[in-house]
Ligand binder design. Sequence first.
Ligand code: TMP
Length: 242
Amino acid sequence: MSVKHLSHVEKRGKLYEGKAKVLYTTDEADLVIQHFKDDATAFNGEKKGEIANKGRMNNLISARIFYFLNESGIKTHYVATLNDNEQLVKKLAVIPIEVVVRNVVAGSLAKRLGKEEGMELDDPVIELYFKDDSLGDPMINRFHVNSFKIADPEHIRVMEVEAQRINNMLWSFFDERGILLVDFKLEFGLHKGELLLGDEISPDSCRLWDKETKEKLDKDRFRRDLGNIEESYQEVLDRVLK
Ligand code: TMP
């Protein structure tokens, strides 16, 4: 499909509704529309709220980052931005595993190992989580993946390699914008047999700290009731579009 026709792609049926996004089918069987909502949740949906304009901000932040990754040779689902809240993406059969990459100790890693938040790691730590809200997305490793046939081991190997490459690219991308990339979560899926990066990369799925002040500019402001949530997402959007 040519680029000039993309703005005319229309939503058809609702395919899937998640906590922060809705997927719609289009007339193209291989393409879906990813709609970003203002809804915010934390702790596997236990805490619920809304962040004004989050849908628009995350759509535009994620689109800029996926465009950058596509240009840098990473295979992603991103095709085009359609409007403030929506982007056109390739339809994926999602692999039910979240890949978390950590550069700095924070969040559940700090809690699990009893470490202070803020310690920079010598080498990035990569973790796998099984996507299942009813189980609280438990951490797993390659042995669990193999024993329980959660995914193809070769896909997991490639996902870990891609996660490291993406980390190197995003670390520099954010560093140039005065942001410390503390940690982030990636999801992958298969499109016509090809493994692609999917979902979103935004302040909902990353920890982003101001490099100088270490001020949190991400969803931890919502999780921990720190205030200025919308302003922080806007700050990330402004810097990402620079
Ligand atoms: P964690 O420290 O809570 O395990 O989170 C690690 C990173 O993964 C952090 O950047 C937030 C992101 N994340 C999600 O995107 N979705 C989730 O459900 C969780 C728990 C974390």
